[in-house]
Design a protein around this ligand. Structure first.
Ligand SMILES: [Zn+2]
Length: 343
């Protein structure tokens, strides 16, 4: 499906200034929950109307009170009651908690306001803005761990993510980034050694490459993951569990991982088309110990014959690599804009 071209730079510029007064010095990635309107399900929530006001956007709620839309000249955010999916200019993003309805009003969890809305619309409010020079690409699996497979097409995930990684390395190097890989051959690498390597070389961004597989052959499309923010459940479940309350090093970079992940996912969907499976969250072990922003990409399904055939072709993987590089550049452009220096 073709999507309209949005002027993304304007999203950021629109909000510059409006939110600057809210920066609390030395607060790190965490942000005080100053806009709590209600406590629902024992958690702070902010009314969508208030969110719109804070972001300098218009707010419209449907007559049946089931959907709320925030809009400005270049940006629209759509929310639905009881849903964990929000749409930013029609690109799918998974919230930590479902949008709540109470007495005809719609509420967003204040954690989602801080973990998703602010990183994407007003990233300048966060301190410790990262730079982006060195990127570690992590081709998933390898050696005795083949990942998923498509036997009839003779495909192993470990081989095709490595091929994709080498194409992505070329695409990123052409754009001036320094690029390193966690493996260059069919070699087994422990997941914890993947983030350790990125930390050892002082990476500014970590990109883990994977392909998907499920039982149902009809399922297809691209999805992007970031490490689940502290205190929220991963996209695959809805209840907060004990593991969600333990901070991991990756959590220091939650806003930047979300910003990078969203930009990469939207460029993948714009370039490749097909089903947008969205920006999701999971506590993947290879991301957990990162000392930099990290993103895990699922570039399509081996279990869908049409998509698997595409993935097998070098031409399609080059397209995937170019799209990821465009997303990385878009993330980098935002970093440069908000830091006011050579990021
Ligand atoms: Zn995999």
């Amino acid at each position: 499906m073709a999507r309209p071209h949005f002027q993304w730079g304007s999203i950021l510029l629109l909000c510059l200034g409006l939110e600057m007064g809210l920066v609390s010095s030395g607060s790190g990635a965490g942000f005080p929950l100053t806009q709590t309107d209600a406590i629902l399900y024992n958690r702070p929530y902010t009314e969508l109307k208030t969110v719109a006001g804070k972001m300098g956007m218009r707010y419209q709620q449907s007559r049946d009170m089931k959907t709320g839309t925030l809009s400005s000249r270049w940006t629209s955010l759509k929310f639905s009651q009881n849903s964990r999916v929000m749409l930013l200019n029609n690109f799918k993003i998974y919230l930590g908690f479902a949008v709540a309805g109470s007495k005809g009003r719609l509420y967003l969890s204040s954690q989602d306001m801080n973990n998703i809305i602010r990183p994407l619309l007003t990233p300048q409010v966060f301190s410790h803005k990262p730079v982006l020079k060195k990127i570690v690409i992590d081709p998933g699996h390898g050696g005795r761990d083949p990942g998923c497979s498509n036997d009839s097409l003779g495909m192993l995930e470990k081989d095709l993510v490595l091929a994709w990684a080498k194409q992505l390395k070329d695409a990123l190097q052409k754009r001036g980034y320094q690029v390193l890989l966690t493996r260059h051959s069919d070699r087994y690498v422990e997941n914890t050694n993947r983030f350790k390597y990125a930390n050892d070389v002082n990476a500014d961004l970590f990109l883990s490459l994977h392909f998907n597989s499920v039982q149902r052959p009809s399922v297809h499309g691209i999805e992007t993951y970031v490490y689940t923010p502290l205190g929220q459940p991963s996209s695959s479940r809805s209840k907060v569990e004990e593991i969600d309350l333990k901070p991991r090093p990756a959590n220091q970079y939650d806003p930047w991982s979300t910003l990078a992940g969203f930009n990469i996912q939207r460029h993948l969907i714009q370039s490749i088309g097909g089903v947008d499976r969205g920006l999701k969250r999971a506590r993947f072990s290879m991301l957990s110990g990162l000392n930099c922003p990290g993103v895990l990409l699922e570039g399509g399904f081996f279990s869908n014959r049409t998509e698997a055939k595409k993935i097998k072709s070098a031409w399609h993987r080059k397209k995937l690599a170019e799209a990821v590089a465009l997303g990385v550049d878009a993330y980098h452009d935002t970093l440069k804009k908000i830091s006011g220096k050579d990021a």
